[in-house]
Design a protein around this ligand. Structure first.
Ligand SMILES: Nc1ncnc2c1ncn2[C@@H]1O[C@H](COP(=O)(O)OP(=O)(O)OP(=O)(O)O)[C@@H](O)[C@H]1O
Ligand SMILES: [Mg+2]
Length: 113
């Protein structure tokens, strides 16, 4: 199992959610976040005074998926979350040790199917 944390523009949430559903990945968690990335022009655009601490408003989408759905899931984010501009966001990928569906007590891959 893998966990994807994708930090994207709030305006892209609906497109991504629809794309994931169409790809057979219906489960997700959405978290409002603020942050900053590598690129610096964002802060320079802000007038005069020191603005390097400004944080951008983004959302984080968390998906826990089977290994076989990983490439499909990444493709959805690349196709649906981009504007070809800086600030489009990032995708982080983690290994997941286990998952448990509380209602059925089923563990492992079955818990996310
Ligand atoms: N290395 C990182 N660790 C944690 N969060 C990050 C990291 N890089 C980006 N983020 C988060 O993603 C958001 C969007 O990042 P952003 O797309 O602006 O990245 P960037 O490195 O500046 O690349 P770009 O040049 O495409 O803008 C940031 O506001 C921050 O919340
Ligand atoms: Mg940036």
């Amino acid at each position: 199992m893998k966990k994807i944390e994708a930090i994207i523009r709030p305006s892209k949430l609906q497109d991504v959610q629809e794309g994931l559903k169409e790809a057979g990945i219906p489960c997700l968690t959405v978290v409002p976040v603020k942050g900053t990335g590598l690129q610096k022009s964002y802060s320079e655009r802000y007038r005069g005074t020191e603005q390097t601490m400004i944080l951008q408003t983004r959302i984080m989408i968390i998906c826990v998926i089977s290994d076989e759905n990983l490439d499909k899931c990444i493709d959805v984010f690349l196709e649906c979350a981009g504007t070809d501009q800086v600030g489009d966001g990032k995708i982080f990928i983690y290994d997941v040790q286990d998952a448990i569906r509380i209602s059925t007590k089923v563990r492992g891959g079955e818990a996310i199917r």
